[in-house]
Structures are given as structure tokens and as C-alpha cells.
Design a protein around this ligand. Structure first.
Ligand SMILES: Nc1ncnc2c1ncn2[C@@H]1O[C@H](COP(=O)(O)OP(=O)(O)O)[C@@H](O)[C@H]1O
Ligand SMILES: [Mg+2]
Length: 501
């Protein structure tokens, strides 16, 4: 491999985990390098680079010389004395597939080389043959192919400010899952899509036969699945007596439905309630709550999509972009994810990956239960999903507003650019794999650059996200366009009115 420098001896280095080296090759911050030790190859990351020049070390002499009107460059061969010093952090020793901790410092004078791509790939735990290719490792000729199990089984979080490329990266991940051959192991995908970004897959010829899109208008939940407990979950102010009466009515309806009458809807519950001889006050309150549910236009006799639609290698998109009702969105996510998880526990549907966009709205931190209806099931899958192949992907531009419990159960974190200090602090506290020097790089990332830390890789990696294979679906129109569209619509309307008069 290409030699890029030599370890130097300083007051406090080299040690077992750090060294400094003179750089002679094309080395950049966060690049991986390697060197020989008695125990095998050591792999290190360049955590910082410093430029120095002895001619510019004394402030007063630079000042005195340049007072004359001449520059230091005119007076001295300064360029010949500029050099780069790299800080290396030793990540481990790698020899014959075995990874060890470094227990002995390297000698000053040891030659540093660019890390050899194949060795680096193995050292990082990448999976070129069967994994998910999200892009290329920055400064290396190596594709960042993440192992499926390590990346998804213990859940993944994609965190960054708005516009940094979260949905783009998520689409790249979805392509990798959809394009997987059956021999490699396929899983089903469910995308919770508040902005309708993923419904674009259904318009792409390459993917359309693998995608089913359901808009909030079409999504239906079977009222039969609503137990008194679920009712209380949606309306936490339900009193024990009201819950008991409702439970009784639901049981009767369920019994009848099994016997002869088939599935029932909210209207049937309402009718049964009206006919019953329960206390008028209780009846009124329950009818009022039923009415509130009815006005969501969400509950019916059958689920749509039904769980039979969940298939390995295919994706269901729940496009919630045409409803502004936050409660409705939460109930959809809550009830749908509960049904998914139950079915998965009974092995009735394939292992799945459920991607939740705007996760801070569905699993918010520090908000009362009534306004966080879907938080419980998201946390439950985060905690228990791994045993059943129920994998969770949380995407958020407000990590500080996302449930800490859910976030800390995501064992792989991918960061794109984040600048908000509260979010950065939250990330540092909830992300185990992140070291202080990696954390410092997050605000400086460009669109499409990301850092992967945690279960998926043995050490944090910097990745340039690859280009999408699927067509990007335009959702964000710029302000000029929105303003022009509005003016056009208004003008047409005026014309129509004049013609009418
Ligand atoms: N890896 C990438 N390569 C090329 N363009 C990208 C990449 N990542 C993001 N973009 C572009 O940046 C913009 C914002 O990306 P998006 O994924 O919508 O951000 P976010 O979901 O974080 O708000 C989009 O126009 C997208 O096309
Ligand atoms: Mg987005």
C-alpha cells in the first residue's frame, strides 16, 4: 500500500492508543491508515491534521521582519519548512480475521500506510456480498455495504436537520431492500410517510410492481379490533365504569359476530349502545367518544390494507400527506403498528422493517399520553422487536424532541448535518458509539454526507451517500412557485366569475 508518513516522537506520544505522524501523502481528516506491529496490522483513524512552519512560530520575530515592508516569504525559504502533522487514534490490531485491542505503543519511525480497502472492510464489519450499499467511504475506494442484520435487527435512527438528505438516504436504503434477491433474505417494508415522499416509488417503472400506496383517505381500521382497552388508550380520560360497560357491549358484538352476523363497524357499536339499558350519563359520554371516532372516517368493518398485503421484498406506503389531523395520523400509526407486531409475533407475516418519517411527531419526548397515542407501540417494538424480526427505522430532524427510550434502543445511528446545539447534546447523550471527535464533525457535514455509528460498523465511518436508482418524487416546491401557482389560480377564478356574471 501507499506509504503516507512516519510516526514521530513527542512529549506524550506514541502511546497504546494515540500517535502523531509526519504526513507525506494525500491524507485527509477521518481517513483510515495502517501500520505494522508485532501482533499484526494496526488500523488507525486520522482525527486531526495540523500544519506547522518553524519560521512562523515566534510572533515578535514575524512582526519585526515584516515591519520592513518585506514578507517572510521574500526573506526566507519558508515554503520548504511547511509540513503537516497528523493525529492518529489506534482503533485496533487486525490479524487473520481476529481483532484485538492495542496493548503496546508503536515505535517512533514506524511507517504509516493508507489502509488497504479489503482489510479495512473486514475490520469495519462491512458485508460486501450480502449487505446494503449506501455509498462510498469518504477518502477510500471502498463501498459502504452494511450488514442487514447488524443494521436493522436492533433498529436504526437517521437524524439530521431539515434538507440534509435524510429522506434521500432512507430511499437508498429502501432501494437496497427492494432490489434484494430472495436468496439473500428479503423482508417486508412499511413506510409511514407524512409528506408522501415515498409514494414516488410507485410511479417508478423499476419499482411500481413492488409498491402499494394507501393514502389516509383509503386507510381503514377494523372496528372489531377495538377493545375497551384500546378505547381507553385513545381516550385516556375514560372512567373505569365507562370502560366496563363498553367492554360488555363489545364482547356481545364480538360473540354475535362469531355466531352469525359477521364483522361489525362503529355504527353497530353505536346502535348496540343506544339500545342498551346502561346509565344515561355513561351512555352519553360513550356515544360522544364514538362520534369523535366516526368523524375521523377511519374505522370500518375491515382493515385496509389488510395484513395479507404485507409481503417480503415489497413495500407498503401509508401516505398521510392528505390529512392534517394529527390525532388521526397517530391513531393510524398506533393501530397499524400494533396489528403488524401482533401478526409478526404469531409469525403470520414476514419479518418487516417499518420506517417512521417525522418520528418526533409519532414518538415525542415529554408529551402527555393523550397527545402521544403512537409512542407506546413504537417504544414496544424498539424494545422487543428484535426477537421477532420486527425492525424499526426512525427518521427525525428534531432528535431532542424524540423519545429518548425509543432512540436509545436504536443500535445503529446515521447522522447527516445537524447544527442545533440541543440536538447535538441529545445525540451525544443517546448515541453510545459516538466519540467526541466524531461528534465535532457533525455540524460540518455537507448534503449527502453521513456518519454511521453503532451496531452496523465496528467504528464510526464517514460515507458519501450514493445516487438514487429510483426517481425522486418532487414534494418540496419553492416559495416562488407556490406564490405563482396561487396567483394563477386566483386569476382563473376571477375570469370564471366574470364569465358567469
Ligand atoms: N446523497 C445525495 N445526493 C444528491 N442529492 C441529495 C443527496 N441527499 C440529499 N440530496 C438532495 O437534497 C435535498 C434534501 O434532501 P432530503 O432527503 O429531502 O432532506 P431531508 O429529508 O433531510 O429534509 C433534496 O433535493 C435531495 O435531492
Ligand atoms: Mg425528509
Amino acid at each position: 500500500m501507499e506509504e503516507v508518513g512516519t510516526i514521530i516522537s513527542t512529549f506524550d506520544s506514541p502511546t497504546t492508543d494515540r500517535f502523531k505522524f509526519i504526513i507525506r501523502g494525500p491524507i485527509r481528516k477521518d481517513q483510515f491508515v495502517e501500520f505494522d506491529t508485532e501482533e499484526g496490522k494496526a488500523i488507525a483513524r486520522v482525527s486531526e491534521i495540523t500544519k506547522t512552519n518553524r519560521y512562523f512560530m515566534q510572533a515578535e520575530s514575524v512582526n519585526e521582519y515584516e515591519k520592513s515592508g518585506l514578507t517572510m516569504e521574500n526573506l526566507f525559504p519558508t515554503q520548504d519548512w511547511e509540513y503537516l502533522v497528523g493525529d492518529g487514534i489506534i482503533l485496533g490490531i487486525y490479524d487473520n480475521k481476529i481483532q484485538r485491542r492495542s496493548c503496546f505503543p508503536p515505535s517512533p519511525g514506524t511507517k504509516i500506510y493508507m489502509a488497504e480497502p479489503q482489510r479495512l472492510s473486514k475490520f469495519l464489519g462491512l458485508d460486501p456480498a450480502y449487505g446494503l450499499n449506501i455509498g462510498t467511504l469518504q477518502h477510500h475506494k471502498l463501498e459502504a455495504v452494511l450488514n442487514l442484520t447488524k443494521t436493522l435487527q436492533k433498529h436504526i435512527a437517521i437524524l439530521a436537520k431539515s434538507g440534509a438528505g435524510k429522506s434521500y438516504l432512507a430511499s437508498v436504503l429502501l432501494e437496497e431492500l427492494l432490489d434484494r434477491e430472495p436468496e439473500k433474505g428479503q423482508i417486508a417494508i412499511i413506510a409511514i410517510d407524512p409528506h408522501g415522499e415515498y409514494s414516488g416509488f410507485a410511479k417508478d417503472e423499476k419499482y411500481m410492481n413492488k409498491i402499494l400506496v394507501y393514502s389516509a383517505r383509503d386507510i381503514k381500521l377494523s372496528a372489531m379490533e377495538l377493545s375497551a382497552q384500546e378505547f381507553e388508550h385513545i381516550f385516556p380520560d375514560l372512567k373505569p365504569a365507562q370502560k366496563r360497560e363498553l367492554g360488555r357491549i363489545l364482547n356481545e358484538l364480538k360473540h354475535n359476530s362469531k355466531e352469525n352476523s359477521g364483522p361489525f363497524g362503529l355504527k353497530d357499536i353505536e346502535n348496540k349502545l343506544m339500545d342498551s339499558n346502561i346509565n344515561t350519563k355513561t351512555k352519553e359520554i360513550l356515544l360522544d367518544k364514538l362520534d369523535r371516532l366516526q368523524r375521523l372516517y377511519l374505522f370500518g368493518k375491515y382493515d385496509n390494507p389488510s395484513l395479507e398485503k404485507i409481503e417480503a421484498g415489497k413495500m407498503i406506503v401509508l401516505d398521510l400527506s392528505n390529512t392534517t389531523d394529527q390525532t388521526k395520523k397517530q391513531i393510524i400509526v398506533d393501530q397499524f403498528m400494533k396489528r403488524l407486531f401482533r401478526a409478526r409475533q404469531k409469525n403470520k407475516i414476514p419479518p418487516f422493517f417499518v420506517l417512521v418519517e417525522e418520528a418526533h411527531n409519532f414518538a415525542p419526548e415529554g408529551i402527555n399520553r393523550a397527545s402521544a397515542i403512537s409512542r407506546g407501540i413504537i417504544i414496544k417494538i424498539a424494545r422487543e422487536g428484535r426477537k421477532f424480526g420486527a425492525c424499526l427505522g426512525l427518521i427525525s430532524q428534531r432528535p431532542a424532541g424524540l423519545s429518548t427510550t425509543a432512540l436509545s434502543q436504536c443500535n445503529t445511528h446515521i447522522f447527516l448535518r445537524v447544527t442545533n446545539p440541543y440536538d447535538l447534546k441529545h445525540i451525544e447523550e443517546s448515541s453510545e458509539g459516538i466519540t467526541a471527535d466524531v461528534r465535532k464533525s457533525i455540524p460540518g457535514l455537507r448534503v449527502g454526507d453521513c456518519i454511521v455509528v453503532g451496531e452496523a460498523v465496528t467504528n464510526p465511518i464517514f460515507v458519501s451517500v450514493r445516487k438514487r436508482r429510483s426517481k425522486e418524487f418532487e414534494t418540496g416546491r419553492n416559495l416562488e412557485q407556490v406564490a405563482k401557482d396561487y396567483a394563477q389560480k386566483k386569476a382563473n377564478l376571477n375570469k370564471d366569475t366574470e364569465a358567469f356574471i
